[in-house]
Design a protein around this ligand. Sequence first.
Ligand code: TRP
Length: 592
Amino acid sequence: MQSGRASNERSLHAYGRDQLQRLWRATHRSDAPDRVLQVFDALLPINAVPKGWDSFVSDDHSPYEFSLLLGGAQPEIRVLAEPLPPRDPTTRLTMGHLLECGLAAAETLRRDFGADLSRFQAVADLFLPKHGAHGSFLVWFAASFDAQGTPSFKAYFNPQVHGPHEAPRLVEEMLHRLGFPGAWSTVVRAMPRGPYLDELRFVSLDLVAGHEARVKVYGFHRQGTLHDLVRVAGAVPNATPELVESFCGMLSGGHGILSERAPASCLAFVGGHAVPRTVTSYIPIRAFAGDDADARARLVRAMSALGMAPAPFESALESLATRPLDAGSGLIAWAGLRTGRAPRVNVYFAPTALGDAVRHPTVAPSADSDCPSVVIRHCEGAPITTHPLLQRIQREPHDLRKLALLMLNVRRAITRDFARRLARIVATVEEDGIRSILVKQLNDELGDGDPTRLHKDLFERFIIGLMPWLPSPITDEVLAPGAAFARVQDELYCERSPYEGLGAALIMEVYGKQFDLFVGEQFRRASDPLPPDVLEWLTLHEALELEHVDEATVLARFIPAGRKSRLAARGARELADAAWAFLDGTYHVCYP
Ligand code: TRP
């Protein structure tokens, strides 16, 4: 057993190199080839100092991590690292430094080790902005070595560099640019809970030329269950969801909400196909097993159940352990199962070079609760207008056919039945304060006593004006997203408790405002705008939305704490997710 950890910053590189050497000997029973160590030097330069920067690569903030891919003829050793600048005690590390170091590392991998950067460069402007980047990282690189030490490389980007809510549009645009036009729809179907719950945290590219180069999309399932991992696996033709469920269940310790730390899935696309070749399901095992001895036992059992020999994993672990396994937690950080082709197990070892975590109580999956204002704030901070459909409409040349399909679905989903749904909440909530605000909205919607001013009818006129750009006939398929969203609203507003409906109404208000203003801009981009009477619904709503600024927040304050609040939060969340899913479906209709 090795002792200590990197004692000061200068020895971080030496410490890591030594770990790699030991891991190599334990795994391949020979010294690490020079080339392997040279690659490590390129990824973690001798004088790299993480001072002032908490690297997100590993839990103890070491800027590198080792992992082992098991189940093939030979285990594959891999290193993931964050390029960091050399020591400079006078300046704080900025995103600018990370950008500079990331680009320099990419160039070294190209020049010295034959990495192909063509796809890296094709999307670099999306993920490596010169200004304004923020988040937990900018770019990472990974090397995997075959038993002879031949490396292959991957680059990781952070889809959240412009904030978490921008991630879907960046990933969508990346897939589009790299020649995977159908892949975004697959991602969405596999991870349908929306960008908050199925959070896109990484993308990676194989740095090789040609058809076999993979593009990977990583989703983290907040408040997720094994079911979420199984659903992602279901999107991959030859994946084995049963294996995913049993393997991940053994690692996490059972069913239920994995709230301690989100599990993750990775879809790997190749050759321009919309259907992924493999899926990897990851469990942050350290969050659920109390210590590394427990984590090891769970993994050994899960690997044995797959018929995979655990010995290489056990000797790798032993080569890296700095203390008895039951004296701490975190050495085994993550484990994953890749299916779709012959199953492979990935095990991730934190280097614990900068710190080591004490053992913690074993955690079991749990349940959650919430409050509606939190959901409102979230929907305001992450506007629906960042949805990839709306972003693509905005990015591409003005096209009334897409806008017409969108508005046709809005009609089906919302405007046809909005007043009736809202009236049910007005009738059934117990608080007159809430009723008072809602009835004003309802009154606007119904034309303030003038049946010729029903918003629904103004909307009909809008749609009639859009007819020339709509397909004929209009099939059920074209209307499917609207129909699905209508069903969710009917259920929330009319069948559930009034407070779940109220929660839904709050988010309709928040998203409605964002959406109406966005759509207004898009219609006004036309060189030949539609006549004002066709656009009347839109013009009216743009004005109304600006008037009712904080109505949702005010309404939320009237909801009593406790059960009613919890119900409203649940309705709000469900509506927000359904609205996002509605646009996901409409994306598919607009860009089949
Ligand atoms: N440390 C990061 C995280 O926990 C990134 C990471 C490193 C990771 N290795 C991983 C994520 C393996 C999933 C699986 O999210």
